[in-house]
Unconditional design. Structure first.
Length: 488
């Protein structure tokens, strides 16, 4: 039996070996030292974290018989299982119970918040504006106050004299009464009484013929009749507002004039923004109304006005009355917090054509010189003078207008631009030697910079191509200038 059992075992082993041999047919038998290393990479859904697991799998099967001993080794490149559980297959997603220590990179996000403040939206309003220059009619409050003071002093003087006169009469009556009493008897008392009565009647008749002082005005009554004060910038929303404002600042003749221009019916659909600009002698200016803008955010209407300071050799004293007519609905919508008057002060320039050139090419003295020297030459004709009898303004205007001219024109153009830039500059008339002999008329400019006088000759640069800007009299390489007169 024992031999039969052993023979069965051998038979079974042979069958198993044959089966294994067929399953690995075509595979080489590597040595145990050549077993490849199986590397499994597991990615865990954690920020910036990678876990790598290395495992070596070697399958080894050994069969022993009495006659045959065969050893087979099979190695497969497989992903390592997460644990010992054979139910979990390879290549599936799984969790790691105890993950190794990892380094996590923290990502910091900075959120920048920008707060934008909505700017007020201004709307330009359609208005009608008038600026009237009044040479008379403004109330002189100081003169009125002085006249009122003198009238009050005169009134007090009359009252004082009246009191002194009455006191003197009382003293005289008392003295007369004492004299009559001492000289007369008791029987004369009735007569004395009649005489006293008649004297009293005579005094009363005399008092009635004298001027009587006015009753003093009580402080309360004076306060009640005091004049309402108005600011110089005021918005009249009714006929009464306009009348009160005008009466406060102007004489009755001016008040009557403007009350006719703006009757009560005007204020049913409009309001009138007013401003009084007083100007002392020699300080007159020119006002130019620009625009009116309304803003819902601020509820303020802004009036933009340009103010140009003017030269005023006549020293005229005047007053400006600005009147801006606003639609009543626009005023109710935008102007509930009032009117803002904004004046832009501008320097008045005497030479507008020079200003236009500087605006076009640049506000610089050298630029002004180049503008003059680049002017096309035009001269030696009957219509182009070259003397000091013609004004600087005429020469400059010709050059700025037509873009051509002679040396007098070029010098005048530069002179006006230099003055506009704020320099002291003079237009000179003179002569220079001619190449053929003798002298010819010529014009140039003298300009003072840092207390020193220089020659600026645009025509010299135009004709020769050499520098004629900020040169000196007698300088080498320039013309020999002989000054005869100063045009301006």
């Amino acid at each position: 039996m024992k031999k039969i059992f052993i023979a069965g075992l051998l038979l079974c082993a042979s069958v198993m070996l044959a089966s294994c041999g067929s399953s690995i047919k075509g595979l080489e038998k590597p040595d145990s030292a050549d077993v490849p290393e199986v590397t499994t990479t597991v990615t865990v859904s954690t920020t910036a974290t990678t876990t790598t697991t290395k495992a070596t799998t070697t399958s080894k099967s050994v069969t022993e018989t009495e006659t045959v001993t065969e050893e087979e080794t099979t190695t497969e490149e497989l992903e390592a299982p997460p644990n010992e559980d054979p139910e979990i297959g390879y290549g599936q997603e799984f969790d790691i119970d105890e993950p190794p220590a990892v380094t996590t990179q923290a990502v910091v996000t900075t959120k920048q918040t920008t707060t934008t403040t909505a700017q007020p939206q201004a709307v330009e309003l359609k208005v009608t504006a008038k600026i009237d220059q009044l040479f008379s009619g403004l109330r002189d409050k100081e003169a009125e106050a002085e006249a009122a003071r003198k009238a009050q002093e005169e009134k007090e003087r009359l009252e004082r004299e009246e009191r002194e006169r009455k006191e003197q009469e009382e003293r005289e009556k008392a003295s007369s009464s004492q004299t009559d009493t001492s000289s007369g008897g008791a029987g004369d008392s009735s007569g004395t009484g009649d005489d006293t009565s008649s004297q009293t009647d005579d005094t009363s008749s005399e008092d009635s013929s004298l001027p009587q002082p006015e009753d003093p005005v009580s402080p309360d009554a004076s306060a009640a009749t005091s004049e309402k004060e108005y600011p110089i910038e005021y918005t009249a929303t009714s006929y009464e507002d306009l009348q009160g404002y005008l009466s406060f600042y102007y004489e009755q003749s001016v008040v009557s004039k403007y009350l006719k221009l703006y009757p009560a019916s005007f204020f049913q659909t409009h309001v009138l923004a007013l401003k009084t600009v007083g100007q002392a002698a020699g300080k007159t200016c020119e006002l130019k109304f620009q625009k009116a803008t309304g803003n819902l955010n601020t509820k303020t209407i802004t009036m933009d006005i340009d103010r140009n300071e003017l030269k005023n050799p006549e020293k005229i004293t005047s007053t400006l009355l600005i009147q801006v007519t606003l639609n009543r609905n626009d005023y109710a919508k935008y102007g509930t917090k009032g009117i803002s008057w904004r004046f832009t002060y501008k320097k008045y320039y005497e030479y507008p054509l020079a200003v236009a050139k500087l605006n076009a090419y640049g506000w610089d003295l050298k630029t002004a010189f180049n503008i003059a020297s680049y002017t096309s030459y035009y001269g030696h004709t009957a219509d182009m003078p070259q003397d000091d009898k013609t004004s600087t303004e005429w020469y400059a205007e010709y050059g700025f207008t037509y873009g051509k001219g002679n040396c007098y024109v070029m010098a005048a153009m530069f002179c006006e631009m230099a003055r506009t830039l704020g320099y002291e500059c003079h237009h000179i008339s003179g002569r220079v030697p001619l190449a053929r002999g003798g002298y010819g008329p010529h014009s140039w400019a003298e300009i003072t910079v840092n207390g020193k006088v220089y020659v600026c000759d645009p025509d010299f640069t135009h004709e020769t191509g050499y520098n004629g800007y900020m040169i000196n009299y007698g300088q080498s390489g320039t013309w020999r200038y002989e000054k005869i007169s100063v045009i301006s």
